[in-house]
Design a protein around this ligand. Sequence first.
Ligand code: GLY
Length: 372
Amino acid sequence: MSANHTPLHTVHVPLGARAYDIVIAPDAIESAGDRLAALFPGARYGIVTDENVAKAQLPRLAASLDAAGLGHTEIVLPAGEATKSWPQLQSVVDQILGARLERNDILIALGGGVIGDLAGFAASIARRGMDFVQIPTSLLAQVDSSVGGKTGINSVHGKNLVGAFHQPRLVLADLTALETLSPRHFAAGYAELAKYGLIDDEELFFWLEANYPQIEAGGPARGEAIARACAAKARVVVADEKEAGNRALLNLGHTFGHALEKATGYSDRLLHGEGVAIGMVLAYRFSAKLGLAPSQDAGRVEAHLKNAGLPTTLADIPGDLPPTQMLMDAIAQDKKVSRGQLTFILTRGIGKAFIEKKIDPEAVATFLEDIR
Ligand code: GLY
């Protein structure tokens, strides 16, 4: 069955005055004009995108807005993580003001996580806060970064250290856009999708295991997987919007993952989702080593992620293995360190993740030495 026969899914994020819908459909971009016209009568639009997405998806979005008679201006940025920076933030805000977009107008983020985070942050500060709409075009952005309102840029001190919570007014996840993703980038996004099963939904993880070939192929199972992931994320975000507690569960695999990304220079050697895949396997293995989780569950997680084309061990990272001390330095600089103790997301088994705030750094260092 082709993606065109995939049914539309709508996931509602019930955040009171900040509630919004996530629409998942093959033609979500084509439907944008009519949906936006109904939601924001009289508004004009600023579309923020990058040079790559502009080629593939901007004509679809511009045609849809034109057909609905919606005025828009385009802000096209260089592609890549370096765009999540102060200079590009300034440039976007200046272009918003230069185009005379008003406070009641709408910024649209059309692209992957970099564009969504940057445009969302620009929307949160331009004219003291404008509304924005996410149109995520990568799997990673569709199942993670476009949902939940975390926006921001990187600093010389680290990734995502400057930003704001600013919820979008609508998320349009377009399945057709995923057809041009490379298998490697699809797999990297899939790691974040599988994460929701591993956090608190074993049934989702088992369904992903059973349906992976159809999800990879596209069509209805892919739309359903994305909708289930968005619903899982929405549940966590609604319970703890500003990460005072359980939203930190969404960081499963991220402490090890961020350390690996940092040790590999945030380069093409390791994509974010790949770091998360290895990090999740390490979180399961570390939990098993501490006697908290069955080691069969760690093996099952590793087997599924490997089957999805993801790296799952340090040895899968091309090039020299980062020294344990380098990883420990990165982990110690993590924002989740308190009074010398580390916070980790650990697990009691598939779908049973929990937050542990008192992890001895020595135990982590020994574990990382043992698995080399
Ligand atoms: N990506 C983690 C979060 O949204 O909290």
